[in-house]
Design a protein around this ligand. Structure first.
Ligand code: ADP
Length: 259
């Protein structure tokens, strides 16, 4: 897309001619479109829980408050939806901080065996609630240069998805191995519902979900994977996914090794 601009030239206050400026604005327009799509998506995502909170509060005020059982279940919905709003706003702020580079990463050497053990412990309660087994297999003595809090966020988002999208009694495993002299490969594998092949290329997009209802009912915001991808890239790494519908998914992160 080309844009043509005419710029008058003045020489000592006198009109000296016209400069023709031809500019390729495709990239600028694309960015503008992405930004306005994002704002539209955010508004839509915020409206849904707000409408629920408002609707149930209205019904309570209209008289439902007198029936204790109904009141209790409506209040629970109001509470859950407020919780979702909170998480949504937290994720949106996080994403915008990462994208605008306002949150510089604090890099230091991280030893992966200890780090993964600690992180997996944080997820054990969530896994136990669904009787999901968390398995860890980490090669010793491997270091990466990382912002430890952000690396934890990457792992927790992927583990939490693994647990969320795996039925009761399943398995989520983490493995860390050195691939060659310069690269470490981290994989998070689950025995869950899997992702249809056609959706695979899009799941790192903001707000993209395979099944909106399922993501909502498990408390998802649809932003987790886009945050993960950004953070992995800020660590000079890459992330990919492979999945078989009904059998499970594997997320693979490749990171540069710290020599
Ligand atoms: P959400 O908050 O909805 O989980 P994410 O950005 O974390 O958002 O993931 C985007 C979508 O990718 C999810 O809604 C889900 O459809 C799919 N997904 C992510 N992780 C998995 C997984 N381990 N197994 C199956 N589907 C997954």
């Amino acid at each position: 897309l080309l844009e043509l601009n005419l710029v008058p030239i003045h020489d000592n206050g006198e009109f000296g001619g016209v400069l023709l400026v031809l500019q390729d604005v495709s990239a600028i327009r694309r960015l503008e479109r992405m930004r306005s799509e994002f704002v539209a998506n955010v508004s839509h995502e915020l409206k849904t829980p707000i409408a629920a909170v408002k609707g149930f509060a209205e019904t309570l005020l209209g008289g439902a408050v007198k029936d204790e059982e109904t009141a209790r279940s409506f209040l629970q919905i109001i509470y859950d939806e407020s919780d979702r709003l909170n998480r949504l706003i937290g994720d949106i702020l996080e994403l915008s901080k990462i994208e605008s580079r306002r949150a510089p990463l604090m890099f230091s050497p991280v030893e992966l065996e200890g780090f993964i053990a600690k992180t997996v412990t944080l997820m054990e309660a969530e896994a136990a609630r669904k009787r999901i087994l968390l398995k860890v297999d980490v090669e010793g003595g491997l270091y990466v240069e990382a912002d430890e809090d952000r690396l934890r966020q990457i792992m927790m988002n992927l583990l939490s998805n693994g647990i969320n999208y795996t039925p009761e009694g399943g398995l989520v495993s983490v493995s860390v191995k050195s691939r060659d002299e310069d690269h470490i490969v981290v994989t998070i594998t689950d025995t869950g519902i899997g992702i249809p092949k056609k959706d695979l290329p899009r799941i790192f997009e903001r707000f993209y979900r395979v099944d909106k209802a399922r993501s909502r009912s498990s408390g998802g915001t649809g932003l987790g994977l886009s945050i993960v991808k950004h953070l992995v890239e800020l660590h000079k790494g890459s992330i990919s996914v492979d999945s078989t519908l009904g059998a499970g998914s594997t997320f693979t992160i490749e990171l540069p090794v710290l020599q």
